[in-house]
Design a protein around this ligand. Structure first.
Ligand code: HEC
Length: 540
């Protein structure tokens, strides 16, 4: 098997900007790659009257300024015996380079008039613009450039767009550009595409890109099969999702792109300005307060969780949602007229798990909210233990408010966790008493785990489970404790109840608990136990 390194078009190319002709050291015969034929061609030239190397610098594999027998040996050593890599411009680099060391050799053919280096390839053409379209490859025909206004493209913050690079290669080489393949580092050319923005795209600490970062690794490539076959048109695109890590905040951005084709010819640099204007989507806030009417004064939050927390026995509370208009856009709005002032048109609220109401569980709550007459952007819902009330434990609320515009991006979204505090003596101990008795009870509790102890205070049972090592999990288990406060996933008791104890990541054994109920505890009880752990597994 011959080892062929993808050294792009490794033929000697005439002088580039850096001065000196470009070549790949060791590629003595100037063909497409570095392989055994390069070593052989050096021996042939030296001893068998073979052709002179098209570039003598390339044949000087060890860069000692001479072409002698050691150069052929050097190439074969590198290829097959793990020997040293030829000095720069080394094989494996994305493009041929100029000789960095002065010597008497040059990149012309030998004295006997070896083959002439080829003509310089024509640089590829480049078009670069932002469009509203699906990611490359999907719906490619329906893309629309963003609106252009006095030299700038415009888009609202939070809207998605695609950065498109369209390169047309030289009619001589018909070569395209080859993006680096993350899975196969020796394939593709990491220098083939360079796209930068002068402002940050998203928060660099959260997976966004700092100004000047090359965005090429995020690009997808596609070849346009409908183009004139004399030329080869290649496109690459990057979808910047409105809510994704690369989403740019309001401001003016200058994007710049350059492509280097497979013959290592660079395109001219292209750039454009994109103004990201503030979004029309309302910013959504939610909180709980006491009644009877909303006052805009949140009840104090539990400092440990940061979430709104209520007591199950509390007399009721108001859940309030308000959408504030974001900073007015600095440009005149297009055809879609927003209503004057921050008056959201529709509110959707979903609760998981559902609230329990007189007509059964209720997960879709939006229609139950009333609008506050004193503040038109504010909606509220009254929750009472005797009527509609969240389940014990954590309820995840997803909130959506919109201004009635058609675009999905104009919807303001927020999530909110509502905690109805779980009490160990009141809400958890009865589950143990009801479902774990006999087995996890003196005189001989299974696995030494005593969950039921009539006559003992709650603290006695609590001490048996919280921050105690479980007996069954493997030594490197991700859930070594019976109960680990705040972390249900690290609590073996949770996995034994949820039936996830046999997952390889958990590393447990045995059957799902309770042993005599193969389908596990009812969902509401499971949720209660999980919430109790997630809230900190207190004992009151
Ligand atoms: C019918 C008997 C029985 C009942 C009821 C039962 N268990 Fe178990 N439990 C066992 C047995 C037997 C084992 C050990 C074998 C196994 O894990 O399959 C065990 C093991 C456990 C373990 C692992 C302990 C450790 O340290 O590794 C936990 C946690 C547990 N049970 C929790 C519970 C909970 C919580 C309940 C009640 C909701 C319950 N079990 C009800 C019989 C029972």
């Amino acid at each position: 098997m011959a080892l062929v390194l993808p050294v792009a078009l490794a033929a000697a190319l005439p002088a580039g900007e850096g001065g000196g002709a470009r070549f790949v050291r060791g590629n003595a015969n100037g063909d497409l790659g570095l392989d055994v034929s390069d070593g052989v061609s050096i021996f042939n030239f030296l001893f068998a009257g073979g052709d002179a190397p098209p570039c003598r610098d390339a044949a000087d594999a060890d860069d000692d300024g001479r072409i002698i027998i050691t150069d052929g040996i050097f190439v074969l050593n590198f290829l097959f015996l793990g020997g040293e890599r030829p000095p720069p411009p080394s094989p494996g680099a994305p493009c041929p380079g100029a000789d960095p060391t002065p010597d008497l050799l040059d990149c012309a053919g030998g004295e006997d008039g070896g083959p002439e280096p080829p003509e310089p390839p024509e640089p590829p053409g480049l078009v670069f613009y932002p469009a509203q379209a699906n990611a490359p490859g999907v719906g490619a025909r329906s893309r629309r450039p963003l609106p252009l206004d006095s030299g700038e493209y415009r888009i609202e913050a939070g809207h998605s767009f695609v950065l498109l690079v369209r390169a047309q290669s030289s009619p001589v080489t018909r070569a395209g550009f080859t993006l680096a393949a993350p899975g196969a580092p020796l394939e593709g050319n990491p220098a083939a595409l360079r796209v930068t923005a002068d402002g940050p795209l998203g928060d660099p600490a959260q997976g966004g890109a700092a100004p000047g970062t090359n965005l090429a690794p995020w690009f997808f490539r596609e070849v346009d099969p409908w183009s004139d076959p004399i030329y080869l048109v290649e496109e690459a695109g990057l979808r910047v999702a409105g809510g994704g890590p690369l989403a740019p905040g309001p401001g003016l951005y200058r994007f710049t792109a350059q492509v280097i084709d497979d013959a290592c010819a660079p395109s001219p640099e292209r750039s454009f300005a994109l103004r990201v204007v503030p979004s029309r989507a309302p910013e959504v806030f939610a909180w709980i307060e006491g009644g009877p009417e909303p006052a805009g004064a949140p009840a104090p939050h539990d400092p440990a969780s940061g979430n709104a927390r209520v007591e199950a026995e509390s007399s009721g509370f108001l859940l309030v949602v308000e959408g504030f208009a974001q900073e007015e856009a600095t440009v005149p709005r297009a055809a879609v007229a927003a209503p004057p002032g921050p008056v959201p048109a529709a509110l959707r609220v979903t609760a998981v798990p559902p609230f329990s109401g007189p007509e059964g569980p209720r997960g879709d709550l939006g229609a139950l909210f009333a609008r506050d007459p004193a503040a038109p952007a504010r909606f509220f819902l009254r929750a009472e233990p005797t009527g509609l009330f969240p389940a014990l434990g954590d309820t995840a609320l997803a909130l959506e408010l919109d201004l009635g515009a058609a675009l999905a991006e104009d919807v303001g979204r927020a999530t909110f966790t509502l905690e109805v505090r779980v009490s160990f003596p009141r809400d958890i101990r009865p589950i143990f008493n009801q479902s774990c008795g006999g087995c996890h009870e003196e005189p001989d509790p299974f696995e030494g785990l005593e969950l039921v102890a009539p006559g003992e205070p709650a603290l006695h049972v609590w001490r048996n489970v919280v921050n105690v090592y479980a007996a069954e999990p493997e030594i490197d288990s991700s859930a070594p404790f019976v109960v680990r406060p705040l972390f249900p996933e690290e609590s073996y008791l949770w996995h034994k109840l949820a039936g996830t104890h046999l997952d390889p990541a958990v590393g447990g054994e045995g059957v799902r608990m309770p042993l005599d109920a193969p389908d596990g505890l009812p969902g509401e009880m499971l949720h209660r136990v999980r919430s109790w752990i997630a809230e900190g597994a207190g004992v009151d």
